[in-house]
Design a protein. Structure first.
Length: 387
């Protein structure tokens, strides 16, 4: 048989006190939280107002003072590229070319077999000597023609005097008519010989260029032979091809000694390292205050921690679309305005990375235009010059 015991009065009172104490503690906590909420409410309102206001003020300041530095990542390094070809055709007998190898200006790149050109030069020298000898012969011919002319003139003078004597003798009946006729015939023959001698002198003088005292090397035939000799010497010199500038050899992996080459055939390329510039394609809206001579800073992707000083050298004559093979046709019904880009050339002033730079490298360009947006003035301008 179970016996049910009633709780003792002391235990019931203790439970009631604990419940009342817990309720009092909860009420006190609620009052404290309410007081804290009342204290935090103004602070939150101030923060909610101050934060957007600070953002607006900061953004406005950045916008007003910004615009001075124009930046683009659409920029690439450019270096002169020279296509190496030979002006002499023949077989390569020497090659000092290494693909991606560095060469200095004047270094021998390769040599074409010079023997055929050396023979041509010797032939030209022989022709020159013959031309000079021929001028000497022309002078001798001219002198001989002058002597023949003088001889003919003497004969004419003699026969003219003889004719006068024969006429007097014939008038006195001493000389016969036949003798007089013979003298007249001899005079006519002498005059014809003199005319022929005059023509010979004229021809000999013409062969000397109209000047009997002309210098040998000034004669047209000798000058032609000299030109032929100089051309042969030039062709012989072209058999040795040298580097036109300092740079790096490119696309020469298949170039070997022993191969035959033709005149003017591209063989490989030389990228000049002494002259570098960056072509940056800025949006047309960024060129408002940009002009040549302004300072710039270039950061190459290969060397991100080494900014390079540069100067704006020139601004392109037109957008890239204007010089494309097929220009854009904007006279269509679905035309959409797109901000165009114009190439800007920047001269690299800092030469510390000259040997490490390679044509085509990507870069980021920042140009200091010296002009910020500023606040609108009375005339509606929004740009102010930076101090």
């Amino acid at each position: 048989m179970n016996v049910i015991r009633k709780p003792e009065p002391a235990a019931e009172n203790s439970n009631i006190k604990l419940a009342e104490a817990a309720k009092s503690a909860g009420d006190a906590w609620d009052r404290q939280e309410a007081e804290k909420k009342k204290t935090r409410l103004p602070s939150r309102k101030m923060l909610m107002i101050a934060l957007p206001l600070a953002l607006v003020v900061g953004g406005s300041y950045v916008w007003v003072t910004g615009g001075r530095y124009q930046e683009t990542e659409n920029a690439y390094l450019q270096q002169p590229k020279v296509t190496i070809a030979s002006q002499a055709s023949g077989r390569i007998i020497e090659s000092h070319v290494t693909d991606n190898g560095f060469v200095h200006k004047g270094d021998v790149l390769f040599v074409v077999d010079p023997e055929p050109y050396r023979i041509a030069l010797e032939q030209a020298n022989a022709a020159l000597a013959a031309a000079r000898l021929n001028v000497g012969q022309l002078r001798a011919a001219y002198s001989q023609a002058l002597a023949q002319k003088q001889l003919a003139a003497n004969d004419v003078a003699y026969y003219e005097g003889d004719l006068e004597r024969q006429k007097k003798l014939e008038g006195k009946g001493i000389a016969t008519r036949a003798t007089l006729d013979e003298t007249m015939r001899n005079l006519t023959k002498a005059r014809d010989t003199e005319a022929s001698a005059d023509q010979a002198v004229t021809g000999a003088l013409a062969a000397l260029g109209g000047n009997p005292d002309i210098k040998t090397d000034e004669h047209p035939s000798v000058q032609a032979a000299l030109a032929t000799r100089d051309n042969a010497a030039y062709q012989l010199a072209q058999t040795t091809v040298v580097a036109p500038a300092d740079g790096v050899i490119s696309q020469a992996s298949s170039f070997q000694a022993g191969q035959l080459i033709a005149t003017g055939t591209p063989l490989f390329s030389l990228v000049e390292s002494g002259d570098s510039w960056v072509e940056a394609n800025f949006k047309e809206t960024q060129l408002t205050h940009m002009k040549p001579g302004q300072e710039a800073e270039i950061r190459f992707d290969t060397f991100p921690g080494r900014p390079v000083k540069a100067t704006v050298e020139s601004i392109g004559a037109g957008t890239g679309a204007e010089f494309s093979l097929i220009p854009a046709q904007n006279a269509t019904g679905n035309w959409v305005k797109v901000s165009q880009r114009i190439p800007v050339r920047l001269k690299v002033e800092d030469k510390s990375l000259a040997m490490a730079l390679r044509t085509g490298m990507s870069a980021t360009v920042e140009v200091d235009t010296g002009v910020s947006r500023g606040l609108p003035n009375l005339f509606g301008s929004t740009a102010t010059a930076a101090e």
